[in-house]
Design a protein around this ligand. Structure first.
Ligand code: SAH
Length: 223
């Protein structure tokens, strides 16, 4: 899979992709992530990528031209399954959306800033808009990193068995059961007996019961 992220603040995206699972996924060749600086596509001598809003009002608007030039250049080398704009009023991101997107070949994530992008970009270039929740961030970079992370860890071969995505919350419609590690007793606080029993079937049943119980308590709407 290939993910191209378009941003006017590329530095904000450096560290999320240069550590841990996301870095290993790239090193193993499971995913290619390219970060494109919108300013490189500006024809303005000051590398301007935004301007005042028509009609007035506070806040700058990201111009159509640099975005168009960047998308055009990317599309000249490969086709894209989705061109996604990160937006607080987009479709709310979920595990099922992450699953669906992890099956795509090439996607673009466009990060907005300031007041967002010129509406004509959204109308004519974007195939989908995703929000990571009903709150407003200062830019789309953190949202794009969240979406890319959730997608990349689902690509086959990215996680090993130990960290398998299949046992994570929401993957089967349930939240994950509680987990414990050594020591078995700490300052009088004990780990549930069954987990120390070595009885695989009982452990599996206990985990399932806990998942169901937690889902009822924490995400009753998922039942
Ligand atoms: N004026 C816009 C908000 C702009 S915030 C409005 O009221 O809807 C600046 C940029 O941050 C947006 O263009 C978007 O790319 C990103 N952003 C902010 N909140 C987000 C969220 N919850 N999910 C995804 N992207 C978000």
């Amino acid at each position: 899979m290939r993910i191209d992220i378009i941003t006017c603040l590329p530095r904000l995206l450096e560290s999320p992709f240069n550590d841990s699972i996301l870095k290993r996924a790239q090193d193993k060749g499971r995913v290619e992530v390219y970060i494109h600086d919108l300013r490189d596509y500006s024809t303005d001598k000051h590398k301007k990528i935004d301007d005042y809003a028509f009609g007035g009002g506070a806040g700058m608007v990201m111009m159509i031209e640099p975005i168009d030039r960047c998308i055009r250049e990317l599309k000249s080398s490969q086709s894209y399954d989705e061109i996604i704009y990160m937006s607080p009023d987009g479709q709310q991101f979920s595990q099922s959306m992450a699953n669906e997107l992890s099956l795509k070949k090439n996607i673009i994530l466009l990060c907005g800033h300031y007041k967002g992008v010129d509406e004509r970009v959204r109308e004519h270039y974007i195939t989908r808009e995703i929000s990571i929740g009903d709150y407003v961030l200062s830019g789309g970079e953190l949202a794009a990193a969240v979406v890319a992370d959730a997608i990349i860890r689902l690509i086959p071969g990215v996680l090993n068995d130990e960290t398998s995505a299949l046992t994570d919350s929401f993957q089967d419609g349930l939240v994950a059961p509680p987990v414990y590690t050594r020591p078995a007793e700490y300052d009088g606080l004990k780990v549930p007996e069954v987990l120390l029993s070595g009885h695989e079937k009982k452990i599996e049943e206990w985990r399932f019961e806990q998942s169901v119980k937690r889902t009822k308590q924490r995400r009753p709407e998922k039942e």
